[in-house]
Design a protein around this ligand. Structure first.
Ligand SMILES: Nc1ncnc2c1ncn2[C@@H]1O[C@H](COP(=O)(O)OP(=O)(O)O)[C@@H](O)[C@H]1O
Ligand SMILES: [Mg+2]
Length: 267
C-alpha cells in the first residue's frame, strides 16, 4: 500500500513538481517575485542565490507564472560546464530559433536579432533565466555580457536572471566577470527556513492534499527541521520517508523516531 492511500491523501504531498497554485509564498519566493517585477520593467541583470534545495527554481517558476504569455516571453536555460557555443545554442533553442550554424558568431547574431524582433517589433517583454549559473566557466561569465549589448550598449532590451548556488557570487567577483557583474541591478538570496517556517511549510503541504489533521508531531517537525537544515528539498525527502516509516508501524502520527529512520536512508 502506498502512503498516499494509507493516510487518505489526494496526491503525494511532497512531490518535487509542485503545481504553481500550491506553491507557498515564502519570504524568499516573494523577494524573487518582487525583484523580477522590477527587472521586467527596467531590464538588466538579476542574481538569485541559495543553497541546493532552498527553493530557487521553484521561486523563479512561480514568479514568472504570474505573467501572461502574450505580455512576456520567458526563456529558461539550465547552464552546464560546457563551452560558450553550448550556452548560445541553448539560448537560441529556448527562443525557438532554428539553428543553421554552430558557429559562435552566427549563434550570437541570430540570438540578438531574435531578441530585437521580440522586444522592438513585437513589443513583448523578454526575460532570460540561466539556472545553475554557478556551473558556468569563468571565461563564459566573462563574455556573457555581450548577449546584453545592443545599440552601442545604450539600451537594456531584456532582463537576464542568473540563479545558482552561493559560489556564483564568488565567480562574479573575479575581475574577469566585471563587465557582467557591473550590470547586476538586483539580488535575491534564499535563506534556509526557521523551525517555525518549517512547521508552516509541512502543514501547507498536508493541507493541499486534503489532510485536515496535523500528521506530524511537534518533535517530528523539529527533527525534519534539524535534519534538513531548513532546506526544502531535504525536508521533502525526510517528510516522505517519515510518512512511509509511520505507515509501516501502522501509526497515525509521525514522530521523531520515524524521521530518524527516514534520515538513515538519505545521503
Ligand atoms: N515556495 C515553495 N512552496 C512549496 N514548495 C516549495 C517552495 N519552494 C520549493 N519548494 C519545494 O522544494 C523543492 C526544491 O526546491 P527547488 O526550487 O528545486 O530548489 P533549488 O532550485 O534552490 O535547488 C521543490 O521541488 C518543491 O517541492
Ligand atoms: Mg534549482
Amino acid at each position: 500500500m502506498k502512503y498516499v492511500e494509507y493516510f487518505g491523501m489526494t496526491k503525494d504531498p511532497f512531490s518535487n513538481d509542485i503545481a504553481l497554485k500550491d506553491i507557498l509564498p515564502l519570504p524568499g519566493a516573494l523577494s524573487v517575485r518582487e525583484r523580477i517585477e522590477y527587472i521586467v520593467k527596467t531590464g538588466g541583470v538579476m542574481v538569485v542565490t541559495g543553497e541546493v534545495g532552498s527553493g530557487k527554481s521553484t521561486a523563479l517558476r512561480w514568479s514568472v507564472g504570474q505573467y501572461h504569455r502574450s505580455d512576456i516571453t520567458c526563456a529558461y536555460v539550465i547552464a552546464g560546464t560546457g563551452g560558450s557555443n553550448d550556452l548560445y545554442k541553448q539560448l537560441c533553442w529556448s527562443l525557438n530559433i532554428k539553428i543553421t550554424s554552430s558557429n559562435r558568431v552566427n549563434l550570437l547574431k541570430i540570438f540578438k536579432s531574435t531578441v530585437e524582433e521580440i522586444v522592438k517589433h513585437q513589443k513583448i517583454k523578454l526575460l532570460i533565466i540561466i539556472d545553475e549559473a554557478f556551473l558556468l566557466r569563468t571565461d563564459i561569465l566573462a563574455e556573457l555580457h555581450t548577449i546584453t549589448q545592443f545599440d552601442y550598449d545604450s539600451a537594456n532590451l531584456f532582463g537576464l536572471i542568473l540563479a545558482g548556488q552561493n559560489s556564483l557570487i564568488d565567480k562574479l567577483k573575479y575581475s574577469i566577470s566585471a563587465p557582467l557583474a557591473s550590470r547586476v541591478i538586483t539580488r535575491a538570496h534564499l535563506t534556509n527556513l526557521s523551525n517555525e517556517q518549517m512547521t508552516d511549510y509541512l502543514n501547507h503541504h498536508l493541507k493541499i492534499v486534503g489532510m485536515k489533521k496535523n500528521l506530524f508531531s511537534a518533535n517530528a517537525v523539529t527533527a525534519i527541521y534539524q535534519g534538513s537544515g531548513g532546506l526544502l528539498r531535504s525536508a521533502n525527502s525526510l517528510a516522505r520517508g517519515a510518512l512511509i516509516a509511520c505507515m509501516i508501524d501502522k501509526d497515525s502520527t509521525v514522530n521523531e523516531e520515524h524521521v530518524r529512520r527516514a534520515s538513515t536512508e538519505l545521503i
